[in-house]
Write a protein that binds this ligand. Structure first.
Ligand code: DC
Length: 207
C-alpha cells in the first residue's frame, strides 16, 4: 500500500502521515526533510539557496543517512528549502530517492507537496491536508518557540504566506490537490481528531 499525503506547511500533514504509518505498519518518508537538508547545506557553506548551481550540487551530494533532523527544522532551513524546491534540477536530483523509497514492497507513506501528483501518481490513497492560515501560523509558532526561536505571529504569518505562494506558484511540481485526493481540513481538529479522520479516509478507500 502506498499512501500519499500532501499539503501546505504546518497543515498537520506530517502528524497525519506519522499516525497512518504507525497504524498500518508502513514505512514513512517526510520528503520535506530532503529539501530542507539541501537548503541547509547551501546555507552552511555561505551560499544562496536561490543559486541553481549551489542548490544542485547540494542535492547531488545529499546523504539521507546524515541529515541533521534537528537543524533542518529551523525557520531558516524551511525558507531555504522552499527556494531550492522551486528549481527543476533539484527536484529531478531528489526524484529517484523518493521513487526508490516508494517501491518498498512493505508499503509506505510519503508526505510532501507533490507526492500524489508527481512522485506516486498511482498511490492507493491520497490525502490533501489543509488548515486555515491562522491555524497553521499558530501551530508553527508553537513549534518554533519550542526550539527557542522568537518570532511574532504577524511576521511568521507573512513568511508562511510567502512560502505558500512559492510552493503553489512554481512551474515545476507546484503544490496542488490531485484530482483523486481526499481533502482533510484540520483547522478545527486536534492531533487525535486529525489522525482519526485520516484513518477513516484510508479505511474507506481500502474497502
Ligand atoms: O513540508 P516542509 O515544510 O518540511 O517542506 C519544506 C519545503 O520543501 C517546502 O516549502 C516545499 C518543499 N517541498 C517540496 O517542494 N516538495 C516536497 N515533496 C516536500 C517539500
Amino acid at each position: 500500500m502506498i499512501i500519499a499525503v500532501d499539503g501546505p506547511t504546518a497543515s498537520g500533514k506530517g502528524t497525519v502521515a506519522k499516525h497512518l504509518a504507525a497504524r498500518y505498519g508502513l514505512k514513512l518518508l517526510d520528503t520535506g526533510t530532503l529539501y530542507r537538508a539541501v537548503g541547509l547545506a547551501v546555507l552552511d557553506v555561505g551560499g544562496d539557496p536561490a543559486d541553481e548551481a549551489a542548490a544542485l550540487a547540494a542535492a547531488q551530494a545529499l546523504n539521507l543517512a546524515a541529515i541533521d533532523q534537528d537543524r533542518i527544522r529551523s525557520s531558516a532551513a524551511g525558507a531555504a528549502a522552499s527556494k531550492v524546491a522551486a528549481q527543476p534540477a533539484v527536484r529531478a536530483a531528489l526524484l529517484k530517492a523518493q521513487r526508490d523509497f516508494a517501491a518498498d514492497p512493505a508499503g509506505v507513506v510519503l508526505d510532501g507537496r507533490d507526492i500524489g501528483t508527481i512522485i506516486c501518481p498511482d498511490a492507493d490513497v491520497k490525502l490533501f491536508v489543509t488548515a486555515s492560515l491562522e491555524a497553521r501560523t499558530t501551530r508553527r509558532l508553537a513549534e518554533l518557540q519550542a526550539r527557542g526561536e522568537t518570532l511574532d505571529f504577524e511576521t511568521l504569518k507573512t513568511q508562511i504566506q510567502e512560502r505558500d505562494a512559492r510552493d503553489m506558484g512554481r512551474t515545476d511540481a507546484p503544490l496542488r490537490q490531485a484530482p483523486d485526493a481526499h481533502l482533510l481540513d484540520t483547522t478545527e481538529l486536534n492531533v487525535e481528531e486529525a489522525a482519526e479522520a485520516a484513518s477513516r479516509i484510508v479505511d474507506a478507500a481500502r474497502r
